[in-house]
Write a protein that binds this ligand. Structure first.
Ligand SMILES: [Zn+2]
Length: 171
């Protein structure tokens, strides 16, 4: 279920809502309270090293456990997308990114613990000169520098990643 579907009462006055909120806003007819629902924002980075190979991780957790993905994660409140990308890549794979180029944004659904979160994924691309990685075992089962020509978009974990990969690869 999406987050709005869990609201049966107004969070301010407690009045029962006649119907669950629409996708975007909870409106209480009793007290006039309005609560907006927006996508969660995430970042992912397609990282390429000097020989052209790209870093993909195998996801250690659901959703999409065991599937390939470019590394990334969720943006914290108050954080820029660029800062989140650098921080997530440092935490997840131990690489320091010196430059980032925005690639595209793609909507995604992220099912976690009985809630399906609407997400907006922001994709960046980056190049690195040193490729020494240090995977976070909690998040990453394995990682690999892969020849991008050997990767099919369908191999990636989420439709948003597949769409971004097609744009990045120009196919
Ligand atoms: Zn109310």
């Amino acid at each position: 279920m999406r987050p709005p579907e869990f609201f049966h009462h107004c969070p301010r006055c407690g009045q029962r809502l006649p119907t669950p909120p629409s996708d975007n806003v909870l409106q209480c007819a009793h007290c006039g309270f309005r609560l907006f629902f927006n996508p969660t924002v995430a970042v992912a980075v397609i990282i390429q090293r000097a020989d052209g190979r790209v870093l993909l991780i195998r996801r250690a957790k659901d959703p999409a456990r065991g599937r390939w993905a470019p590394p990334g994660g969720f943006i914290d409140i108050g954080e820029t997308a660029e800062h989140a990308a650098v921080r997530e890549i440092r935490e997840e794979v131990g690489l320091e990114l010196a430059e980032l180029t925005f690639l595209c944004s793609q909507p995604n659904d992220y099912p976690f613990a009985d809630v399906t979160y609407p997400v907006l994924d922001l994709f960046f691309e980056a190049h690195v000169t040193q490729d020494q990685t240090n995977a976070d075992d909690e998040e990453v089962t394995s990682l690999e520098w892969i020849d991008p020509d050997s990767v099919l978009a369908e191999d990636l974990a989420f439709p948003s990643m597949q769409a971004a990969w097609r744009i990045w690869a120009g196919s």
